[in-house]
Design a binder for this molecule. Structure first.
Ligand code: ADP
Ligand code: MG
Length: 352
């Protein structure tokens, strides 16, 4: 099983940022309102994620690190309509197979927490009692310590940290209702307060259906958007909120006119999940091309909401690819929405 887990891990855990991603997704799925991340050596030495979510009960702790055990779906039907960020039950066992993992968690209503340690070998020791508030702390140490070949593929600390920062930016953009605090080697990287307006939307753990407002749009031009993407983006960005046929597109799009490299200013979420998708980028590029006569570096933060049954997220273990049931319809909707907004043009969002 160790070898099998390591192979599975190869698809899910490429670098420290992939660990952070999986842990943050778990915290969000658990309904966390405050998430704290501590990193050492860009996460290679240590990653700790603490949340105030639902916690894991004693009886489920061992399951949590067992392959293919997920509490999030229980039938094939659920898989058709995945609403949580996780659903494959692969992340924790994969991480445990390539690093030292410690899980401390206390469930709602439990008198204290429980600690479980694994070093990826097949023997698991019984959980022991531990002091912990309701919620979960996961600590991952010495990533790839037993797989030198993988360790060699890691880039410099600076590059790995860059990946993590970009990841946090994405997750924090999608969830303005959650506070994120991130430290690296004891120094603060992010301290993002929860946006009161976004919180009041009471976004469920599960990404909401098309009728709900995306937390992206709460606290219009909010502090978080500015902190994460810069004042120039916020000043130029046009607010989008379009709805048609069970699809809703919300967010911000800007004409690319600032000097800063735009390569990292393209964020697209589907039901709150960051995706990279050819159909999406094609629709966006086409809209820019049509209106502005060029499609260099479009800058956008967009969240598409639709019925989870209309989109398959189980395409790749890293869950960054999606397949739309009605690809054509989605493409046309995106194109039309962006086209209209870009063409209306220059009412900067802060004047609305
Ligand atoms: P998945 O997220 O696909 O279900 P994971 O391997 O990421 O699989 O996690 C396994 C299980 O452990 C989850 O289904 C969940 O029940 C539990 N779990 C993991 N992290 C947390 C957390 N931070 N809070 C509460 N439960 C968690
Ligand atoms: Mg998960």
């Amino acid at each position: 099983p160790l070898l099998i887990n390591q192979i599975a891990a190869g698809e899910v855990i490429e670098r420290p940022a992939s660990v952070v991603k999986e842990l943050l997704e778990n915290s969000l799925d658990a309904g966390a309102r405050v998430i704290q991340v501590e990193l050492e050596q860009a996460g290679i030495k240590r990653i700790q994620v603490r949340d105030d979510g639902d916690g894991i009960g004693h009886e489920d702790l061992i399951l949590a690190v067992s392959p293919h055990a997920t509490s999030k779906i229980s039938s094939l039907e659920d898989l058709e309509a995945v609403a949580s960020l996780g659903f494959r039950g692969e992340a924790l066992p994969s991480i445990a197979s390539v690093a030292r993992l410690e899980l401390i968690s206390r469930a709602q209503g439990a008198e204290h927490g429980w600690r479980l340690r694994t070093d990826g070998t097949d023997t698991l020791e019984a959980p022991e009692p531990a002091a912990h508030p309701v919620g979960t702390s996961v600590e991952v140490r010495d990533l790839f310590y037993r797989i030198p070949a993988r360790r060699k593929f890691l880039r410099t600390e600076r590059t790995e940290l860059g990946h993590i920062e970009q990841l946090i930016r994405r997750m924090a953009l999608a969830r303005a209702d959650v506070a994120f605090r991130v430290q690296h080697n004891g120094r603060e990287l992010f301290d993002l307060r929860a946006d009161a307006e976004a919180s009041s939307l009471s976004v469920a753990t599960a990404p909401s259906p098309a009728t709900e407002t995306s937390p992206l749009l709460a606290g219009a031009c909010g502090e978080r958007l500015e902190t994460l993407l810069g004042a120039a983006f916020v000043q130029q960005a046009l607010r989008i909120d379009e709805q048609a046929e069970g699809l809703r597109l919300s967010g911000w799009v800007a004409r690319p006119a600032f000097s800063r490299s735009q390569a990292d200013l393209q964020f697209f979420f589907v039901n709150g999940r960051m995706v990279r998708d050819k159909l999406v980028s094609h629709a966006v590029r086409q809209a820019f091309q049509d209106v502005l006569h060029h499609a260099r570096h479009p800058a956008y933060v967009l969240d598409l909401r639709l019925d989870p049954r209309q989109v398959d997220v189980n395409v790749h273990p890293a869950k960054q690819e999606v397949r739309f049931r009605e690809g054509r319809q989605v493409h046309d909707f995106l194109f039309r929405s962006l086209h209209r907004r870009l063409a209306e043009g220059a009412t900067p969002s802060h004047e609305q």
